[in-house]
Design a protein around this ligand. Structure first.
Ligand code: SF4
Length: 247
């Protein structure tokens, strides 16, 4: 498999499985260039990243059996698949199926949705929509957003528990652009949970941190279209225990 890191959060019985693939996007502020490991291992992950050197990609990967062996002693209520683009690992469907069968876990996939993932044993999809406007999407990610928007609508039609997530980046993906994303999501289903994250500065990128006021304003605009809007600002503290590194 392409699993290179596993973190476990005991208070939630939640395991984060990090998978490294060649991502379908090339986001300018992709934090995986500076931080390979789970944010929940740190007290203040965003400050850690701001002061980091660019990291070399992982070169040690676990086999499928090694992943299962490491998971076996754990109680797993939630399994979260992330990394770069976890859905591109061909062995992911086998792993999610085994987690369902043996652990009865609730499986959550984080994705950019450029490629339609196999969702057979995925219970929840957290879909990162970078932007609605094609020029902004391309400026940030290096490609167009047609397949992402189409796949978002398709996953909603499947009846999966689908969440939308967008990052507010000052002077790039601003409140007005986030409102366009909200309008798009609302055209599919205004009840889809919609989360706005504050951008935190990443080395080599020109943008400053998003303020609480900017994120709150974007949420106001999004609420004109969406019924369940939440925000994640940079001063919010972790709830639950610090995670432990399993691999
Ligand atoms: S989609 Fe995620 S992993 Fe891929 S380049 Fe963008 S931020 Fe990085």
């Amino acid at each position: 498999m392409k699993v290179y890191h596993i973190a476990y959060e005991p208070s939630y019985e939640s395991v984060d499985i990090h998978i490294w693939t060649k991502c379908t996007l090339d986001c300018r502020a992709c934090y995986t260039n500076w931080e390979l490991y789970d944010f929940s291992l740190y007290d203040d992950a965003t400050t850690e990243i701001m002061n980091r050197e660019r990291q070399t990609p992982p070169d040690k990967f676990l086999t499928y059996d090694e992943v299962i062996n490491l998971l076996t002693p754990l109680k797993i209520k939630y399994a979260v698949f992330m990394g770069t683009e976890a859905a591109l690992d061909p062995e992911l469907p086998r792993l999610t199926k085994e987690l369902h069968e043996k652990w009865h876990s609730y499986n959550i996939l984080l994705t950019n949705g450029i490629v339609m993932p196999d969702l057979t044993d995925i219970d929840q999809v957290i879909f990162s929509i970078k932007a609605f406007s094609e020029d902004i999407y391309r400026k940030y990610t290096g490609r167009n957003n047609k397949s992402a928007l189409k796949n978002f609508a398709e996953i909603a039609r499947m009846g999966k528990n689908l969440h939308a997530e967008v990052v507010l980046i000052p002077e790039l993906i601003e409140a007005e652009e986030i409102e366009k994303v909200a309008e798009f999501v609302a055209s599919i289903d205004p009840n889809i949970p919609f989360r706005i994250d504050a951008y935190f500065p990443v080395p080599e990128c020109p943008w400053r941190a998003a303020s609480n006021a900017e994120v709150e304003y974007a949420a106001e605009l999004a609420k004109k279209h969406m019924k369940q809007v939440t925000i994640l600002t940079l001063d919010m503290k972790r709830i639950g225990d610090k995670a432990v590194r399993i691999f």
